[in-house]
Design a protein around this ligand. Sequence first.
Ligand code: GLC
Length: 576
Amino acid sequence: MIVHRSTDERDRAWWKEAVVYQIYPWSFNDSRGDGIGDLPGVREKVDYLHDLGVDVVWLTPVYDSPKVDNGYDIRDYRAILPEFGGLDDLHALLSDLHDRGMKLIMDLAVNHTSDEHEWFRAARKSRDNPYRDYYIWHPGEPGEPPNNWESHFGGSAWEYDQRTGEYYLHLYHHRQPDLNWANPDVRESIYEIMRWWLEEGIDGFRLDVINLLSKPREFPDGDPDSDWTGVKHFVDGPRIHDYFRGMRTEVFDHYDAMTVGEMPELTVESARKHVGEDGALDMAFQFEHVQLDYGEAGRWDIGEWTVPEFREVFTRWQEGLAGDGWNTLFLNNHDQPRSVSRFGDDDRYRAESAKLLATLLFTLRGTPFIYQGEEIGMTNAPFDRIEDIRDVDTRQHVDLLMAERGIDDYAELSDLVSYRSRDNARTPMQWSDDRAAGFTDGDPWITVNPNYTEINVERERADPDSVWHYYRELITLRDREPVLIYGDYELVSPDHDTVFAYRRTLDDRRALVALNVAPETATFRPPGDAPTDDADLLIGNYPADGSEDGAPVDDGPGNDPGVLSLRPYEARVYGL
Ligand code: GLC
């Protein structure tokens, strides 16, 4: 990795310069033919990731688990799910990555465990079991949960335990009981697990729903009209800063580890506390931009989003963490529908819009996270049949929506599900046009997106103008241009209908990024020192050679120099 001398030493960090690639092992590459991806399968693709230019791999949970929520329900934090391999496979992967100068971060879910974790199995034996207080129990009569909090997957967040006659809290599935972080033994047990993994040689953690750890002891009712009832009470709960400080002093301060917290409902203000100078973590995932297409009824409703709103959210985060804190940059992950189907055009302008979104990802200030398949412009998949749904969250919401809306035919929900389901991100990685997209020799555990014959790695790599090659060029460009990593951000198109343009500045180097987020041509006059000819073009997603398809910079109305004419979903980055 390059050394940036012009930047203040104190502000530099390897994880700021890194490009992260998220792997959802279930769906990445199956080496054994059982239809489920595995760790040896990931190892087979390490060179692929290295070629792309990836620095860090984030593996979603690979621990032993009963797989209710695809591994986010952990049964044993120190063992690997047998379907994925064993600890030796993980060590082998780690060496493969380290040998190539790459790093590995693990995904740790410690807000909850599986109900099959030995702590919970002990805890539910009796009210006086020594592990009882590892979880959050509350007295109550059957059918009358202690408060109105909801599980993120729908329904009450409380489950009545027959045997001991009390409720336990689960902010996700009822088989994912929440740990009681108020208990110091819980905290120490988790810190031990974190240290254990860091001693195994991993390079950091992605921490699952980590701002939900602290719950107010009074368990007040939440606003029943909110999309997730109770959320205001358990996001950034009363002791969250103590818990974060504990993680930092007990664990993170002793390792050069990268830490990124997943934080639902995060605001800029609270992000500054968690990842600013005094914060415990390096970075946080916030979700405002991926909630722009929620409808009035929330996540399970589709709403219209606009370019001005899109630009406003990114700008607020860029400005909000300037100088104190560091952004994560992502448009996809295993919980989100495919970005090109939401914020681009997955039909006529699929390649152009996928490249435009990539340009955004690599030219804002922050660490870019690519999600598997994003680099080839993978799209949402059709979920026309209820039997094809695998995701527990989608399944529960389909049941709830059918009951609430009095629907008895799934067909009425299939458009919504095909748009919103997390399964969109979980269809197998499309490696080639072989059967099952080259993902497995067996029967894939989830349907393959039928467009794999058109969209696949083999084809993308063979075409120099592909989305894949564009990602690779962007990664190289970001490595070469410190201004794209460390430069200050300034919005320069505050009022345009469709253009999102910004300037990045580091010492005397400037970059101008212009993105036309629309299927129509737009003109835009950048303020100040505008690019005058294509000599300054660092990268663009259309041919820029003045050929038939290329639009010269001064192609604006009346050939006004300094006016950019941007074609549908055109993205350009200039160096000035
Ligand atoms: C996070 C994960 C998601 C999981 C949930 C519960 O949001 O990203 O996949 O279902 O936490 O662990």
